[in-house]
Write a protein of this length. Structure first.
Length: 96
């Protein structure tokens, strides 16, 4: 599992940096061999069990090329890229 910090920012519809959106995030990754399977981002200092993580599940083909990135389902059943999941529960979520 990797743990890195990296800067992130958000852009508006015109691709301008949204004021006040620039911040550092913590990265967690779970790998199978050299393939990143689960990836998560949260604010530095967040506990892995806090519901403040943005998660994704990556799938690969036989040549180790990424074929899809899916997001965990929110309580309403739709895929969500929101920051309200926890890293420790990543394998228990349904991704779509």
């Amino acid at each position: 599992m990797q743990n890195f910090n990296q800067p992130t920012l958000k852009r508006d519809a015109q691709n301008n940096v949204a004021q006040g959106s620039y911040s550092d995030v913590t990265f967690r990754g779970q790998y199978t061999g050299t393939n990143l399977i689960y990836r998560g981002f949260a604010r530095p200092g967040a506990a892995e069990g806090d519901n403040v993580w943005q998660l994704a599940l990556l799938a690969y083909d036989g040549s180790n090329n990424i074929t899809s990135i899916t997001w965990p389902q929110a309580t309403n059943g739709s895929a969500s890229s929101e920051w309200n999941f926890n890293w420790t529960g990543r394998a228990g979520y349904t991704y779509s």
